[in-house]
Write a protein that binds this ligand. Structure first.
Ligand code: NI
Length: 389
């Protein structure tokens, strides 16, 4: 099987890298992944798959139907870029200002297209049918997965797998976590309202800037003093907006931040405490707080049996390590896992000798060319080694 794998990967890898370069140079954000989806759809049709476009607004679903198979597994890639600028000197650097593939979704799409092209000629030998899912809008709430699911992308599918390039793991291996693997990312927003006025007369004002500073500090006590030390949680205040002049105490300021948790009960506890701390500290400073919460993607939970199936199939072809930590990043792959057994794989994407060390969303993050053939290889091994049905 390994010799065949080598040949299958070799047959498609030039096309995979060319597709990744093309998508990287022309990034699209959110649900506006029209050109990316079209590029994928063309290659999937050329490979002889049954292709549906416009699923979940701008997603693509392609089926490789294996004659006689009753089981179907799905493999999922995301297609969207981030609303940011890239700071690399790559020849295929983003040519679209304010958009860049700094999370590697260009590679996810290209690798999955390559896997589909490599698997199509082998259809009669495969143990089960395969659905290839290409979704938009992974990076922004409400995510792209719910719309894909609403359009039926999981109908008839027994199990789903996803893969993400992972700069915390050296290139050359796949990382796998059983159970909670990505966090729930909630957003809190607070407006702190005081009484504005002349900065030379603070006694005549109620200063929301000072209250806001106290709130930012007090919020740090939630993880330290309220959450069970054996559970994980993050509270990060990431925006603090207010004021227009050096001599004006503003009437109000805004705070925005993120809450990351792995358990529903911990998430509920932290959201409640963020609200209480913000309101009561504001009150202690004579201000009023208006707090709102935006509930993020659910926790991404890897099904133990789906992990075992993936590890058993992939490990003869690409080393699989369980020595990898869950991430407090969020991932809308979680929605698929709420419907059917799912496993989300981390594809090693780190090589210090090439300076490939930046985490996803960093302006100098980049995909390791050496990781892409391994990602394709892992997809092929997963399908060829999947349980027959
Ligand atoms: Ni991502």
């Amino acid at each position: 099987m390994i010799a065949n794998l080598d040949r299958s990967v070799a047959n498609v890898i030039d096309g995979v890298i060319a597709l990744q370069r093309a998508i990287h140079a022309d990034p699209e954000i959110g649900f506006d992944t029209v050109r990316t989806a079209a590029r994928a759809a063309v290659e999937l049709r050329q490979a002889g798959l049954e292709v549906q476009e416009g699923i979940g607004k701008t997603g693509v679903v392609a089926d490789l139907i294996v004659p006689g198979a009753t089981r179907k597994i799905a493999l999922r890639a995301d297609m969207d870029a981030l609303p940011m600028d890239e700071e690399t000197d790559l020849p295929h650097k983003s040519k679209n200002p304010g958009a860049a593939h700094q999370c590697g979704h260009d590679a996810h799409t290209a690798m999955l297209v390559g896997a589909a092209r490599a698997l199509a000629p082998l259809r009669d030998e495969l143990p089960c049918s395969v659905r290839f899912i290409f979704q938009p809008n992974e990076e922004a709430l409400p995510g792209g997965a719910p719309a894909m699911i609403a359009d039926g992308c999981l109908e008839g599918v027994d199990r789903i797998f996803g893969m993400h390039v992972w700069p915390l793991l050296d290139t050359g291996q796949i990382g796998l976590v059983t159970g909670p693997t990505m966090a729930q990312p909630d957003v809190f927003r607070a407006t702190i309202v005081g009484v504005g006025g002349h900065a030379a007369a603070p006694h005549g004002c109620v200063d929301p800037v000072v209250a806001g500073a106290a709130i930012v500090n007090a919020l740090q006590s939630i993880v330290a003093r309220n959450v069970d030390p054996l559970d994980s949680a993050v509270v990060s205040t990431t925006q603090f907006h207010g004021g227009t002049a050096d001599n004006v105490i503003p009437e109000r300021i805004q705070l925005v931040g993120t809450i990351r948790t792995f358990k529903d009960a911990v998430g509920e506890q932290v959201r409640t405490r963020v609200r209480e701390v913000t309101e009561t500290v504001a009150a202690a400073y004579g201000c009023r707080a208006e707090v709102s919460m935006q509930i993020g993607y659910p926790v991404t939970v890897n099904d133990p049996d789906a992990c075992d199936e993936a590890e058993g199939a992939i490990s003869p072809a690409v080393p699989v390590t369980r020595d990898v930590s869950p991430s407090l990043g969020g991932e809308d792959f979680a929605y698929y896992g709420q419907k059917i057994p799912a496993a989300f794989l981390f594809l090693g994407n780190r090589d210090e000798s090439q300076g490939i060390v930046h985490f996803c969303h960093h302006p100098r993050f980049r995909v390791d060319d050496a990781a892409m053939p391994l990602g394709v290889r892992a997809w092929l091994a997963l399908v060829q080694g999947a349980r027959r049905g």
